[in-house]
Design a protein around this ligand. Structure first.
Ligand code: ADE
Length: 239
């Protein structure tokens, strides 16, 4: 998968290439990450990327021309047509289904805005989809773009050490994850649940499922609202 990020802070975004799952994905050639800085596409002496908003008000707005030139070059850098995504609090809220859909694409261009946002005409002319990572406002779209890059990268075949681990994640199953334990067996008087020590795989699976259902019901009942539980799950939840 190729991801191009249009950002005033390429160093920030490129951090993902240096560590963890995203770093390994880049190293293995599974993820091809590139940044394009609108400041490199300015034509004035001060390399101006922002200006005051028409109609007045606080803050600055990212100018359309440098951004559009950067997006143009990002588009041209590969023959595969990209989906162009603008990260903004006004977008649809990202969830695992959306991430899966993005990760299945061969190519993405992510636009990270700064200041009060970008000139709306850029959205009209260049943007296919607008996504938010949650109902709060960041000082720029870079961290949001990095969230998308990370969430997508770990779904790419070969990116994770253990191929099963993405399948078992919270939200892949539509439920929250069960609790996890590793050594020591007892820590500050707190033991690991007995069932996990017994090696009885069916019992362990049953316990994990029950924990996942119980946690979801307690912490995120909204996830269960539109879901019909099968009989076995309903029984586990009722126990
Ligand atoms: N830019 C600023 N805040 C954001 C958010 N919550 N999601 C996506 N992009 C953003």
């Amino acid at each position: 998968m190729r991801i191009d990020v249009v950002t005033l802070f390429p160093d920030l975004v490129n951090c993902v290439s240096g560590c963890g799952v995203t770093g390994r994905a880049v190293e293995r050639g599974i993820l091809d990450l590139h940044c394009w800085n609108p400041r490199d596409y300015t034509e004035d002496r001060h390399r101006t990327v922002d200006d005051r908003p028409y109609g007045g008000g606080p803050g600055m707005v990212m100018k359309v021309e440098p951004l559009r030139r950067a997006i143009h070059d990002a588009r041209q850098a590969d023959t595969v047509p990209p989906l162009v995504v603008y990260m903004s609090p006004q977008g649809r809220r990202l969830d695992q289904d959306a991430v899966q859909r993005l990760a299945d694409l061969p190519r993405l261009i992510l636009i990270a805005g700064r200041y009060e946002g970008i000139d709306e005409r850029l959205v009209e002319l260049e943007v296919d989809e607008e996504w938010s990572i949650g109902d709060y406002v960041l000082s720029g779209g870079e961290l949001a773009a990095m969230v998308v890059i990370d969430a997508c990268a770990r779904l790419l075949p070969g990116a994770l050490g253990d191929e099963d681990s993405a399948q078992q994640d919270s939200f892949m199953t539509g439920l929250l994850d069960c609790p996890h334990y590793t050594r020591p067996e007892v820590y500050e008087g707190r033991g690991v649940p007995q069932v996990l020590l017994g090696g009885h795989h069916a019992e362990i699976e049953r316990w994990r499922r029950k924990q996942a259902l119980g946690r979801t019901w307690q912490r995120r009942p909204d996830l269960l609202e539109h879901r019909v539980l099968d009989e076995a799950d309903q029984r586990l939840l009722d126990e």
